[in-house]
Every structure is written in C-alpha cells, then in structure tokens.
Write a protein that binds this ligand. Structure first.
Ligand SMILES: *Cc1c(COP(=O)(O)O)cnc(C)c1O
Length: 459
C-alpha cells in the first residue's frame, strides 16, 4: 500500500487531506506541491508525545532546511517545536513569520559575520558553533555589543550512519564540527569556557540522514558521554545540554520502514539515561532535530503527464511537466520515489514506465521502473513523500517558474507558496546602459521604479 497520511482513494481519484488531487491540479496548476497538514502535525506530535513520556527535559527542534515557509513556521510553532535555521535567509523567514527568536537554533559550518550578528541581535536560543573562527567572531561581537551568546559546540563523534549500517571511525573526515579524536573538540571547549560573554550550554552532533537503524544513535550517545566525561575531568565542565541532531528515516518506496518517532524517543531517552547513570551525570536537556521525518511523507508533488515515448523492447519514458528543478534529489543522490496516477488511482498497474522530467539533462529522471495503469497525456501523476528537500532545494533551471505549494486539511486547500510567474523570473535582471538601445527607454524607467521599490523592501 503506497498511500500516506490522510490519503484515500474515492471513485478512482486520489484524495489528500480530503481534497481530490485531480481537482487540486486543475485549480492550482501543475507541478504542484501538496502538503498534508494533518500528517505533518501528527509527526510533530509523535515526537513531542514520545519525549514527554520518556524524558523529563527535552526540546524537539524542527530542521527548517527540509522545508521552510512562513506557514510551516506557524504550524511548527503551534505544535510547540523549536526551529533550526542554517542561514540568514532561513532566520529571516522565521522572523518574518513571527516565530519567536528564543526558540530558534542557529546552525551552519560557515556562518558569515553578518549572519552571526543577525542571530545575536534577535537573541536566538542557541548558536551551534562549528569552528574556532566563529568562536572568535562571537567573542568580539559580544564584547562590543554587551550581548550574550548561548552556544553549543558541534562535535563530530566519529559515528557515521548510513541508511542500513553505520561505521565508527577514529578521525572523521567531515567539513562539519570539531573532531573528537584529534582533540579539537576538547580544545574548542577549553577556549569557549574562557570567553566572558559566551556561555557554553553543551554539545551537538548529527550523524547522518535517512537512518532506520537506531544503533548508531545509541553509539553516538555513548561517544558524546565519553566526551562529557573527558571535559568534566579535564576542565571541570558539566554539560547541561545534549543535542543529537536529526536523521530519522522515512518511507520513500516499498521496503523502507519509517521509524515511529515515539519508539525513537524511547530508545534515545533510554540510552541517555543509561549513560548518564553509568558516568554519574545529571540528565542533560535532550535535543533532537528532525527535518525529513516531520515533513517528508506529508508532501506529494502533482505533475501532468505529457509525451509518452516508447522505445520498443527497451523502455517507455513518460515525461511530466516538472523534474530536477522541483525535485533535485534523484539527480543529486539517486533517490528513489514512488507514485500513483491520481485520476486512475484504483486501476491496477498494467505496464512499467520511467518518469522523466522536462529539464535539459539526461539525468533529469524522477522514477525508474514505475508500475502504472495505461497512461496518456493529461493524466495527473502524484509523486509521494516529496515534502522534504524538494521545494527547499528547488531552482529555476531552464528558467522555469517554481511550483506553488498548497496546504490541505479537512477538504480545504490553501496556497502557502504562490507559483512563480515569468515576470518573477526576470525581476532581478538588469540591462546595463551600454547594452541598451531604443527598446530600453521604457525599461530604464521601469528599472528605476523596481530599484526604488527594492530599496523599500530590503531588510
Ligand atoms: C540536516 C540536519 C538535520 C535534519 O536532518 P533530517 O535528516 O532531515 O532529519 C538536523 N540537524 C542538522 C545539524 C542537520 O544538518
């Protein structure tokens, strides 16, 4: 069974959040991102409920890089989650939505001085410091402004999780964080503790993504407590917070088994209690940062089928009106997806096709070898589990406007991101004076108008 969240099939049509997907495609156009609000909320609640039961002091921090829009910020806030941001732009989005700054955690392996200043000015909850340069910048800024920075240090624990396995390495090769094995994490801790206006709350690690097996998380807990012990003995520092990052896997295709956040919470809490007790630490505040597992399966992308190209004896290519610019994951990581035909949802499959995008790259494929009923131009294809790392990674490749996004719940559909227009595509284009001719007299006036309205809009 492919269906997720609130999906049902009625009279041969796919319904999401009580809305007929075929009707959504007609009303809002395709490609269209559809987000199942009830499913998103139930994932968020499963985390909160799971940890409420399993652990006294915790924070669930939604990783906004998976999908961040102003409406998503509102839902995340309503469900009582904190929010991870990794750039000034994500921070701006959250503040634009009115998300409380004191529930925002700021990440990134190369935060610019401007981004750090922005985070400090708005008083974010924690800055997760990734390197010594950042620590120096924070020291300088806080001395100058009199503000305080509350930080975690990002540590690379030498546990790296892959979908079905994990490895432990001594000296891990990563662009993120302070290595444990080489002593960099210890040295960074020593330096952070010496800073006057920078307060070190604890440590962070993130071991990977799309993880199904919970053992690597348990291994990370052990490694992190080992480090707690090292800094307590060497520096007299008892960390108050432990942030174990995100990474829980979701079901993209048959064979993936999405892990219940409640089970994850139980296992993680048990591992933290065990280690805290074993080494005699007070229970730290426990943080997790799920992204994909909150929004991934809540998202569906609707496409309209165009050309169907049969190469006899080889393969049938079905081309849709979107592709790698609205879902770069297939081209980037050979990610797998499955799909249903929204207007033939109850019909049994009769053929195997491969779904191609419309972008000018051979690698622009969405699905290889999908079982479908007979297809024809105009059919609506619903690609499942596209909520995470699709819109947030989308581009305007080939100068194609990015799709709209609608939030569906209880039979109602609301646009939460407008479809881009052709005018949006050229909005930032400028023609310098030396390239202008008679066509551009009007354009010059238009540019001046645009420039002045941009000045008003600038943050
Ligand atoms: C990407 C990321 C996450 C979220 O990962 P998911 O796999 O989407 O849950 C959380 N924390 C950090 C630091 C990340 O880089």
């Amino acid at each position: 069974m492919k269906l997720r969240g609130t999906m049902t099939v009625k009279e041969n049509h796919l319904f999401i959040g009580g809305c007929d997907a075929v009707e959504l495609a007609r009303r809002f156009g395709t490609p269209l991102y559809v987000l199942d609000e009830a499913h998103l909320r139930s994932q968020a609640r499963a985390y909160i409920e799971g940890f409420s039961r399993a652990y006294p002091d915790f924070k669930v921090v939604y990783a906004g890089k998976a999908l961040l829009t102003a409406a998503i910020c509102r839902i995340i806030e309503e469900e009582g989650l904190y929010l991870d941001v990794v750039s000034g732009g994500e921070l701006y989005t959250a503040l634009f939505a009115g998300f409380p700054a004191d529930r925002i955690v700021f990440h990134g392996n190369n935060k610019s001085p401007e981004e750090l200043q922005m985070a400090l000015e708005h008083g974010v909850h924690r800055i997760v410091v990734d390197n010594l340069y950042e620590l120096e910048l924070l020291d300088a800024f806080t001395r100058r402004s009199g503000a305080r920075a509350s930080i975690l240090l990002r540590v690379t624990p030498g546990v790296e999780a892959h979908t079905h396995s994990y490895i432990q390495t001594g000296q891990i090769d990563s662009k993120f964080g302070f290595g444990l094995a080489g002593g960099q994490a210890y040295e960074a801790t020593r330096r952070a503790l010496a800073l006057e206006r920078v307060e070190l709350a604890g440590f962070h690690c993130h071991i990977g993504s799309q993880i199904f097996d919970l053992r690597p998380f348990e291994a990370a807990v052990q490694v992190m407590f080992g480090f707690f012990d090292e800094v307590r003995r060497g520096l007299g520092f008892v960390p108050r917070e432990l942030d174990l990052g995100g990474g829980l896997g979701i079901r993209y295709v048959e064979g993936d088994v999405s892990v219940d956040p409640k089970f994850f919470a139980e296992q993680l809490a048990a591992a933290v209690r065990r280690e805290a007790e074993r080494l005699g630490f007070p229970l730290p505040t426990l943080m997790v940062e799920p992204g994909r597992s909150i929004v991934g399966e809540a998202g569906t992308t609707l496409y309209t089928v165009g050309s169907v190209k049969e190469i006899p004896g080889l393969r049938t290519y079905v081309a849709v009106d979107g592709g790698m610019a609205d879902n770069p994951r297939v081209a980037l990581y050979q990610a797998s997806y499955e799909a249903v035909v929204a207007n033939k949802a109850a019909e049994p499959p009769s053929q195997v096709v491969s779904v191609a995008g419309k972008y000018c790259e051979s690698g622009d494929m969405l699905i290889w070898d999908l079982k479908v009923p007979p297809l024809e131009p105009g059919d609506i294809l619903a690609v499942l589990a596209t909520g995470a790392y699709n819109y947030s990674m989308a581009s305007n490749y080939n100068r194609i406007p990015r799709p709209a996004m609608v939030l569906v719940a209880d039979g109602a559909a609301d646009v939460i991101v407008e479809r881009e227009t052709y005018a949006d595509l050229v909005r930032l284009d400028r023609i310098p004076a030396r390239l202008r001719d008679a066509r551009d007299e009007a354009a010059a006036a238009r540019d001046r108008a645009v420039a002045s309205s941009d000045r008003e809009r600038r943050p």
